[in-house]
Design a protein around this ligand. Structure first.
Ligand code: NDP
Ligand code: GUE
Length: 290
């Protein structure tokens, strides 16, 4: 048996073509969707994300506003920019690239974004709404993972789901979405004892760790759906390039389905960011949000 490859690049492309139709429709009504991105410093991984995101925005008929700041910028300057964007009618979504440099209080920055424009879904009000099962914006990466899982046609009800990673941006919201979908969810992390005992029971295994090829074949139940969120840049000695948290070649023959890196979850994160921006613009255009 060999796994179904879950092609996030192709699905993302299909979704973005659908978004363009909706974006053009909104533009005719004078509400072309606009996404503002604040990037502090020059983290290369962040720059890849920002570059891909700008390109995807334009292809989907949306406007991208970019605000790069030097790594040593005073937090007050960034908070001032957020306040401005909160009031700008051309901006329907605001994303502050994480992590921020040490002089920032991340919670303070996220709290400054108007929840109605928080297309990442990281504001406490939106995290709470997600937890209550009535989300305003679903965090892009876990949202993209749910779309990829839907592609398999597998009914998630009653399935054993194991998420490795408990970050606010991936692990925790991922666990919440799987829970809402009817899975029995286990969240593992660096303090977990006997990680393999958990992962071997998983019908759905999500790896969001940040360690190249961490998930090996012996950790995977035959037929499992394996989702690799990890984006690791390999050192030049190892040939450079990107690598996930899953040993793709070793796990592929065992899994029922698997996402590649690149071309899996990454492009879906971008697609769902555009989806959330579009949804936001539609709410403003309808007057549901003012
Ligand atoms: N494809 C995409 O769109 C996206 C990809 N990413 C990528 O996903 C990965 C994870 O990102 P993020 O959640 O932000 O990362 P974090 O570093 O915030 O979280 C990593 C998690 O992995 C856990 N962990 C670390 N080592 C182990 C171990 N040995 N055993 C079990 N658990 C472990 C940590 O545990 P503990 O909490 O105990 O420290 C932590 O919960 C990164 O590679 C990142 O680049 C991130 C966002 C989007
Ligand atoms: N506020 C905030 N929101 C985020 O969603 C967020 C963030 N901060 N900080 C950083 C992480 C990382 N992340 C990625 C998204 C897409 C790709 C991506 O497009 N990857 C492609 C492209 C690789 C390439 O072009 O080399 C792929 O995997 O195929 C990567 C990484 C979002 N994050």
């Amino acid at each position: 048996m060999t796994a179904q490859i879950l092609d996030g690049a192709a699905l993302s492309k299909r979704l973005r073509a659908e978004f363009k139709v909706r974006a053009d429709e909104l533009a005719l009504q004078g509400h072309r969707p606009g996404l503002a991105v604040i990037l502090v410093g020059e983290n290369p991984a962040s720059q890849v994300y920002v570059r891909n995101k700008i390109k995807a925005c334009h292809e989907a008929g949306m406007i991208s506003f970019d605000f790069p700041f030097p790594a040593d910028v005073a937090p007050a300057i960034v908070l001032q920019k957020i306040a401005e964007l909160n009031h700008d009618p051309a901006v329907h979504g605001i994303l502050v690239q994480l992590p921020l440099p040490p002089q920032f209080d991340e919670a303070e920055v996220l709290a400054a974004i108007r929840p109605e424009k928080d297309v990442d879904g990281f504001h406490a009000a939106n995290v709470g709404a997600l937890m209550q099962g009535d989300p305003r914006f679903i965090p892009c990466t876990p949202y993209g993972v749910m779309k990829l899982l839907a592609e398999t046609g597998v009914d998630l009800n009653g399935k054993e789901a194991v998420v490795i990673g408990r970050s606010n941006i991936v692990g925790k919201p991922m666990a919440m979405l799987l829970l809402h979908a009817g899975c029995t969810v286990t969240v593992c992390h660096s303090r977990t004892k006997d990680l393999n005992a958990h992962t071997r029971r998983a019908d759905i295994l999500v790896a969001a760790i940040g360690k190249p090829k961490f998930v090996t074949a012996d950790m995977v139940k035959p037929g499992a759906l394996v989702i690799d969120v990890g984006i690791n840049r390999l050192p030049a000695e190892a040939g450079g390039g990107l690598c996930g948290d899953v040993d793709f070649e070793a796990v592929k023959p065992i899994a029922g389905a698997i996402t590649p890196v690149p071309g899996g979850v990454g492009p879906m994160t971008i697609a769902m960011l555009l989806a959330n921006t579009l949804t936001s613009a539609e709410r403003f255009a309808e007057g549901t949000v003012k």
